[in-house]
Design a protein around this ligand. Structure first.
Ligand SMILES: Nc1ncnc2c1ncn2[C@@H]1O[C@H](COP(=O)(O)OP(=O)(O)OP(=O)(O)O)[C@@H](O)[C@H]1O
Ligand code: SF4
Ligand SMILES: [Mg+2]
Length: 385
């Protein structure tokens, strides 16, 4: 079992500790073909569904207990929706979410409430996610009350102080309000609010994007320390590959609602295999000036297509410098293991890795934001000037 040396006392608060899956190296959470489609409504009299935003469209992944999964991708690719769907803060349209052996989507009422305590979320912007009218004490107690964990005053007070100490804030913070803190301190309050419930899984949605670079490292280090102390499991969402590089054991790259690549953090950074990941990585500067001068740059042509009308076949084929006729436009590639533990959703991953296929020019295409057209459909496109 993962040793839980946290500051909150499970026995005192009537909490069961982490379940069976808290044993390191076993999946704590598994997503199987999860979809979250948002209906697009139209009509004044009749609420007609005229289409869907395919925000998350068939994602399967698994996170081992005590490990960190970093989820990255461009804005709008569905990262937050996946994180929220996993916690059922938005209801998935399809697929399975298995948390510690239990199908979360089948849970109702009290059972779901209990599962929710074990799965907490940290948000990007602590200022907008923390009610400015509530003191830190009130913010922390709120969650405890919702889960019936604040009945014993003395134990609650101890729990609040221990939690604040764990996130590096003094007990005096309890009587203060969010606006009285710096950005980094506010994110510590956001972390404390999740932590006070003694969760097993934390979904952190862009936890450091709103912070200065110097503060980002401190908050990431804090998350890492808390994980080591408490055996926490993390899903950390970021649009910046550099943010998850050191903290994540496994990194998944999302594009237009789907996972296109997944590998251990080291493997992914050493050898990105999916053309989209290659393009993302080629945009990250390398500290060594010699390597920086020599390395290949892949500039992505055109805009991210709209998730209301994603391209058929491989969703990346409209921007992919390696796209091949006609398979890429016809057949959606499955996320498959290409080399030990490295999963890639590309028909030609092996050929690209071996240099048998060379990149070619891509005609850039823009998508009208109001129409969500599919590149390839001339009626829906505006050519790049
Ligand atoms: N409640 C909703 N109703 C309709 N569409 C939504 C809803 N929430 C998200 N979307 C759409 O789903 C798509 C994915 O959004 P999401 O917020 O998950 O992306 P993201 O990867 O987190 O982006 P960002 O990096 O900007 O946070 C977007 O096109 C977004 O407009
Ligand atoms: S399947 Fe084709 S379009 Fe998709 S990433 Fe691979 S080469 Fe590019
Ligand atoms: Mg987001």
């Amino acid at each position: 079992m993962t040793e839980r040396t946290g500051t909150t006392d499970g026995a005192a608060t009537g909490q069961a500790g982490a379940g069976d899956a808290a044993e390191q190296g076993r999946p704590l959470i598994e997503l199987r073909d999860v979809k979250v489609h948002f209906p697009i409504k139209s009509g004044l009299l009749f609420d007609r569904t005229v289409g869907y935003v395919y925000a998350v469209d068939g994602v399967s992944l698994s996170i081992n207990a005590g490990e960190t999964y970093g989820l990255v991708g461009e804005s709008g690719c569905g990262k937050s929706t996946l994180g929220r769907g996993l916690l059922r803060l938005v209801e998935p349209t399809d697929g399975e979410i298995v948390f510690d052996g239990t199908d979360v989507r089948a849970l109702k009422g009290e059972a779901m409430r209990k599962a929710r305590r074990r799965m907490q979320m940290i948000f990007q912007d602590p200022l907008s996610s923390l009610d400015p009218r509530q003191s830190v004490e009130s913010l922390l107690v709120e969650g405890l009350k919702a889960h019936g964990l604040a009945d014993d005053k003395e134990a609650t007070s101890r729990r609040l102080r221990d939690t604040l100490q764990a996130v590096g804030l003094p007990a005096s913070a309890l009587s203060r309000y969010p606006h009285e803190f710096s950005g980094g301190q506010r994110q510590r309050i956001g972390i404390a609010r999740a932590l006070v419930l003694d969760p097993d899984l934390i979904v952190a949605d862009e936890p450091v994007s709103a912070l200065d670079v110097s503060i980002q490292a401190q908050v990431l280090n804090l998350l890492e320390d808390l994980q080591n102390e408490r055996g926490l499991t993390y899903l950390i969402i970021a649009h910046d590959l550099a943010v998850v590089r050191h903290i994540a054991d496994t990194v998944g790259v999302m594009y237009l609602g789907g996972l296109v690549e997944e590998a251990s953090s080291d493997d992914l950074y050493r050898e990105p295999m999916h053309p989209y990941t290659k393009a993302l990585m080629s945009a990250v500067p390398v500290p060594d000036p010699l390597v920086e001068d020599r390395r290949e740059r892949i500039l992505l042509a055109g805009d991210l297509p709209s998730p209301t009308n994603p391209p058929a076949g491989c969703r990346f084929h409209t921007r992919c410098p390696w796209a091949q006729p006609t398979r890429c436009a016809d057949e959606r590639p499955a996320l498959r293991e290409v080399v030990g533990g490295h999963r890639v959703a590309c028909h030609f991953a092996e050929d690209i890795a071996a240099g048998r296929l060379r990149p070619h020019e891509v005609e850039p295409e823009l998508v009208r934001p109001d129409e969500g057209g599919t590149p390839g459909d001339p009626g829906e496109l505006i050519p790049t000037p």
